[in-house]
Write a new protein. Structure first.
Length: 239
C-alpha cells in the first residue's frame, strides 16, 4: 500500500523527480547496485565494522555494568558520568576519533563503539538490579560464591532484562557507524549515501536507505528476536 501510494503521488508530479524519485527508479538503482556488486561489497564492509565495534561495546559495557553494580563508589562517580555521556549524539565522538586515529578504519569503529557502549553499560547494570533477591539468597545458600554466583546465577537471571538493552545498543552502534561512514571518504553503505548525494542521485540515496533499514530489521528478527523469544520461553515469561 505504501508503494502504491508512493507511485500515485509520483504520478501527480507534486515534486521534481530529482528531489524524490519514483519506486521504479529506486528499484532500478537497487538492481544496478546488486548487479555490479557495489551494494554487496558495501554491505560486507559495513557489517565487518559493526561486528568489531559492537563486539567491543558488549565486552566493555558488560564489564562496566558489573563494576557499577558491584561497587557503590563507582556507581556514585562513573555511573552518573556514563548516564550523561549516553545522552550525547554519537556524531559528537567523530571529531575526537579523527584527532586520535586519523582518517582510517579505527576512527569509524571507535565511533560505533562509543555509540553503543554506554547504553549497554546501563542495560547491564539495570538488568542485574532487577534480579529477584531470592535468586541470590538461594544461590549463596547452595554454595555459590564470587565467580560461581556471577556466571551461574546473576548472568542467567539478568538475561531476560539484558537482551532488550543489547538490541538498543545494536541500533545505536548501527546508526553511529552510518554517521561515521558519511563524513569522510571510505567504502561502506554510508559512503554510498554520500556518493548519491554528491551526484544528486536521489534514487541511489533512497535505495541505500532501504538496504540499511532492511539489514536492521533482518538482524532484529533473525538474531535478537529469536534469542529473546528463546530466553523468555525458557524463563516462563512467554507461552
Amino acid at each position: 500500500m505504501i508503494i502504491l501510494l508512493w507511485q500515485a503521488l509520483d504520478n501527480l508530479r507534486i515534486w521534481p523527480e530529482y528531489l524524490f524519485p519514483s519506486p521504479l527508479k529506486v528499484l532500478e538503482s537497487l538492481v544496478e547496485g546488486f548487479g555490479n556488486r557495489t551494494f554487496p561489497i558495501a554491505i560486507g564492509i559495513s557489517l565487518k565494522r559493526i561486528l568489531m565495534g559492537y563486539g567491543v561495546s558488549i565486552l566493555l559495557g558488560c564489564f562496566l555494568g558489573i563494576l557499577i553494580n558491584k561497587f557503590r563508589i563507582i556507581n556514585d562517580t562513573i555511573g552518573s558520568l556514563i548516564l550523561g555521556l549516553q545522552t550525547l549524539p554519537s556524531i559528537c565522538w567523530l571529531p575526537l576519533s579523527l584527532l586520535w586515529f586519523g582518517l582510517n578504519e579505527k576512527a569509524i569503529i571507535f565511533v560505533a563503539i562509543m555509540g553503543a557502549i554506554f547504553s549497554i553499560t546501563i542495560a547491564a547494570d539495570s538488568s542485574i538490579k532487577n534480579i529477584p533477591p531470592l535468586y541470590l539468597k538461594v544461590g549463596r545458600n547452595m554454595g555459590a560464591r564470587k565467580f560461581s554466583l556471577l556466571f551461574r546465577v546473576i548472568m542467567p537471571a539478568a538475561l531476560p532484562y539484558f537482551i532488550p538493552g543489547l538490541k538498543q545498543g545494536w541500533s545505536f552502534a548501527w546508526r553511529s557507524l552510518m554517521a561515521g561512514e558519511l563524513l569522510f571518504v571510505n567504502l561502506g553503505l554510508g559512503y554510498l549515501l554520500m556518493v548519491g548525494r554528491e551526484l544528486n542521485d536521489m534514487s541511489q540515496v533512497i535505495a541505500v536507505m532501504l538496504v540499511i533499514a532492511t539489514i536492521s530489521i533482518a538482524i532484529d528478527k533473525l538474531f535478537f528476536g529469536r534469542i529473546e523469544a528463546g530466553i523468555r520461553k525458557r524463563w516462563g515469561l512467554k507461552a
